[in-house]
Design a protein around this ligand. Structure first.
Ligand code: IMP
Ligand code: MG
Length: 173
């Protein structure tokens, strides 16, 4: 039987997203584009842009789909781009938003592809960070929560496409 144990509830997530938006607003100004990574980043970015709006920031929003997992709990070690890098980033500052940094490959890959596509500057933001799992050198500019080596679901994050709908983040066992 799989069970999900709550790690961060809705209020804790909302408070941290609020603080993160403040950190971002302190560091980023003027015109920029958010590029959210699909699928895992979709719930986080939806909340984040609305709080950024209250801080006076009005980024445009693009999506980029990268995949490294398939249906497993371990990264395949190879990042795949599904579809294209958004052309709108050429000449613009970009904030890439993802759900989790694990090995570091996905966000490092997205950052490099966006720079190749002509982004003038790329910041990275992740809701969750598992530094103990890193396999490539990567440090996100904005981090919501640092967590242990546990497998989490909810708030957009899946295990084999399940659990994305949960309003909280939980550890699945
Ligand atoms: P990385 O490329 O290894 O850093 O992996 C990043 C991606 O793996 C994240 O964007 C997630 O989609 C997925 N991932 C990593 N850890 C977890 C987890 O605990 N639960 C669900 N997905 C995860
Ligand atoms: Mg992901």
């Amino acid at each position: 039987m799989t069970s999900v144990t709550k790690l961060y509830d809705e209020d804790e997530i909302a408070r941290r997203v609020e603080e993160l938006a403040g950190e971002i607003a302190g560091a980023v100004s003027g015109d920029f584009a958010i590029v959210a990574l699909l699928k895992g980043g979709f719930v986080f970015v939806a909340d984040l842009i609305r709080v950024l709006g209250r801080h006076g920031l009005a980024p445009t929003v693009e999506f980029m789909r990268v995949s490294s997992y398939g249906a497993a709990k371990e990264s395949s070690g190879k990042v795949r781009l599904i579809g294209a890098v958004p052309e709108e980033v050429a000449g613009r500052a970009v904030l890439v938003v993802d759900d989790i940094v694990d090995t570091g490959r996905s966000l490092a890959y997205a950052r490099d592809r966006l720079l190749e596509a002509g982004a003038s500057k790329v910041w990275t933001c992740t809701l969750l960070d598992k530094p103990s799992r890193r396999e490539v050198e990567f440090t996100a500019d904005f981090v919501g929560f640092v967590i242990e080596d546990v497998f989490v679901v909810g708030y957009g994050i899946d295990f084999a496409e399940q659990y994305r709908h949960l309003p909280y983040i939980g550890i699945i066992e």
